[in-house]
Write a protein that binds this ligand. Sequence first.
Ligand SMILES: [Zn+2]
Ligand SMILES: [Zn+2]
Length: 357
Amino acid sequence: MARARDPIADLRRIAFLLERANEATYRVRAFRSAAKALAGMPAAELTERAGNGTLTELAGVGDVTARCVAESLAGEEPVYLRRLVATEGSDLDAEATALRAALRGDCHTHSDWSDGGSPIEEMALAAVELGHEYLVLTDHSPRLTVARGLTANRLRQQLDHVAKVNAALPEGFRILTGIEVDILADGSLDQDDDLLARLDVVVGSVHSGLKDERSKMTRRMLKAVANPHLDILGHVTGRMVSSRPAGVTGPGDRGHRARTRAESDFDADAVFAACAEHDTAVEINSRPERQDPPKRLIRRALEAGCRFAINTDAHAPGQLDWQRFGCERAALCGVPANRVINTWSAEQLVTWTHNRP
Ligand SMILES: [Zn+2]
Ligand SMILES: [Zn+2]
């Protein structure tokens, strides 16, 4: 008889691949819930239940997930997993592939502390499996209530929690602390200065008043970019090029349920000149529904001398592999690896964020 595989690892792998393929959240959740339900079960009980068909009596385990478990235990790659692997294609050209290979971490990610779908530990494990050296955890700030933005107190609790999680993670990988802080209407940042100063990386984004009139939006962004705490300007135009698939709601989607949305209007040359002057990196956001900034603006930021961060803005573990989409667009615009801050080691990155002008 073939040696049993690890059924929990197979369930988690399926969830990851479904997320990466941008499949509906409820499908992903079926596999993550089953993995969670079975994680603590003794191997003997698992085998017995798979044998007599009683896995589905457990909360969180359905027919499909039970079949995957039975196949794993029988030493076969689950059919569901095999099909997923066979039908996913990565058709990146050489330059995009080289850029992706040069990335050592991700500077914009969310956990279930705000509107992400998974715990910090699960996000970190997925990042380790992708070969990252670090993951910057950037949950939302207080005013973004739809995304359960963290108050100053909850952020302090999160910092303590991250320190504990880091101690248990493999050598050579670490979670860096951070925030995706809202850029408020007047250009100030939605978190206490002392906390912003403590964080390893600060991403700042506009999430409200996206239809502000041009001069107002420009002033707002210029003020944020000049703020010494702001390291990365997130999803610069706020555009949405596609909506989420119909019927998709739930963890990971809160706050991101918008239909298509036009770019906000601002003086891009002035904003990119300020980014270059203050050494604030411009984010290339990899989310398929954002693709922000558009390529013509990536080119202008490059000409202005800006640095970039190619980020996923992942709200679930499988989305951490969306960096390849950002790399594809960056490569098309001729962005060289040496202008991309997440090609640096964690050490170099933190040295930069703490010593920027
Ligand atoms: Zn969010
Ligand atoms: Zn955002």
